[in-house]
Design a protein around this ligand. Structure first.
Ligand code: HEM
Length: 410
């Protein structure tokens, strides 16, 4: 029989990994592991083993280690989602190693540098204002996720991919339907499958139009089409990269906006400080990124050689899950890490990962989040929850955390 004390001493579930997280917080077992067994072997739902890494320094060290691979086609690569992993044909550079990974980063990184993105600020500001104009006179509660959190990042991705404005309603509708798959209902999954096919056909047509031009353009799609013309990459890679940007740039930022808003509403003292001192917004965004770590089960690796870390040896060929959520809640690095504190300035959090695969879109995400929150606090300072917080459903089983709906009122 298990006693209460034993449970407290070793609260690591016997069930397969991943374990359910709380609302804002990681599964309690992460804290225990960090303290007692910072590198621990667990079993995933398909029976494969993988090593959890929970301490901040160890997570960074694994992510900077050239002996780990992101190639999901290697046998033993950890699989978290229950959906089948993409085929080798559908691989994106998220799952490639050098030198191929380096080639893709080189091809598109110039579109993600701060200087280039700063030029987009006025355009993003106008977009956010336009969405706030739609809701500012509402006397009835509305869903913040539907009105703000989903459409803003979706439109920004549409710009990046060169989707003409007349097609934005189609693009936003379909990407939203795609993301709704995480709700898990049969109806949502069926609609998401249809949306996947619609977006795929659409992006394929966008690429085909560029291919007909002598000069395919100087944006991301243009650079990728040119690289495929020169034989550096395959045509299929152009489509796959467009998909990666769409998936990596939308759900992530949308969940940060939705969950970030909820976090501020649930911490009225912090919200009041931010309203009194808007210059704190960039710091508050970094703290939201650290505290929420919405992209918490995406960073997966496999050891290509034996790796000694945290007192154990991870054998070559076994999966590694560097838990950035556990690292971001490591008291050894962020004192009192479970506390949300907008004045903390956690500059070196790992919400965007670390090492060669560190998020290429992080500067863009930061600009979007800063504009969204600055504008919300200024234009709708009285926004309040229009539901009991206990009724808010967290996507607690998804690899990217968030909330599907956030009823608010003005
Ligand atoms: C708040 C929003 C975001 C968060 C929290 C986030 C988080 C992450 C994380 C943790 C990784 C590392 C994956 C790994 O190491 O295996 C990553 C990679 C990536 N992200 Fe983001 N991301 C965000 C927004 C964006 C945006 C806006 C874009 C682009 C429009 C983007 C594009 C990518 C791409 C392409 C990769 C793969 C990089 C590589 O493998 O070299 N992300 N992101």
């Amino acid at each position: 029989m298990t006693t209460e004390t034993q449970i407290q001493e070793k609260p690591v579930p016997e069930t397969t990994f991943p374990w359910e997280r709380g609302t804002y917080d990681p599964p309690p077992a992460y804290a225990w592991l960090r303290e007692h067994e910072p590198v621990r072997r667990v079993v995933l739902h398909d029976g494969t083993p993988a090593w959890l890494v929970t301490r901040y320094n160890d997570v960074r060290s694994i992510l900077a280690d050239p002996r780990v691979s992101s190639n999901q086609n290697l046998p033993g690569f950890p699989q978290i989602e229950l959906v089948p992993r993409p085929s080798e044909e559908e691989s994106t550079f998220l799952n490639m190693d050098a030198p191929r990974h380096t080639l893709f980063r080189r091809l598109i990184s110039k579109h993600f540098i701060v200087k280039k993105l700063e030029v987009m600020r006025p355009r993003i500001q106008a977009l956010v204002d336009e969405h706030i104009d739609h809701i500012i006179d509402r006397s009835e509660p509305f869903d913040f996720v539907e009105e703000i959190a989903l459409p803003v990042p979706s439109t920004v991705i549409a710009w990046l991919l060169g989707v003409p404005p007349s097609d934005h309603p189609f693009f936003n509708r379909e990407t939203e339907a795609l993301l709704a798959a995480s709700l898990g209902t049969e109806e949502a999954i069926e609609r998401a499958t249809e949306a996947y096919a619609n977006i795929n056909d659409y992006v394929d047509r966008l690429i085909a139009e560029r291919e007909k031009l002598d000069d395919p353009g100087d944006d991301i799609l243009g650079d990728l089409v040119r690289a495929s013309r020169e034989g550096q990459i395959e045509r299929r890679d152009v489509l796959n990269t467009a998909w990666l940007l769409l998936v990596a740039g939308h759900d992530t930022t949308a969940n940060m906006i939705g969950l970030g808003m909820l976090t501020l509403l649930e911490h009225p003292d912090q919200l009041a400080q931010l309203q009194a001192e808007p210059a704190l917004i960039p710091d508050a965004i970094e703290e939201l990124l650290r505290y929420l770590t919405v992209v918490h089960l995406i960073i997966l690796r496999i050891a290509t050689e034996d790796i000694e870390i945290g007192g154990v040896t991870i054998p070559a060929g076994e999966g590694i899950i560097p838990l950035n959520f556990a690292a971001n809640r490591d008291d050894g690095h962020f004192p009192d890490a479970a506390k949300f504190d907008i004045r903390r300035r956690p500059r070196d959090h790992v919400a965007f990962g670390y090492g060669v695969h560190q998020c290429i879109g992080q500067a863009l995400a930061r600009i979007e989040l800063q504009i969204v929150f600055e504008t919300l606090l200024r234009r709708i300072p009285n926004v309040r929850l229009a539901t009991d917080p206990a009724d808010i459903q967290f996507k607690s089983h998804a690899s990217i955390n968030g909330i599907a709906r956030l009823p608010v009122a003005l």
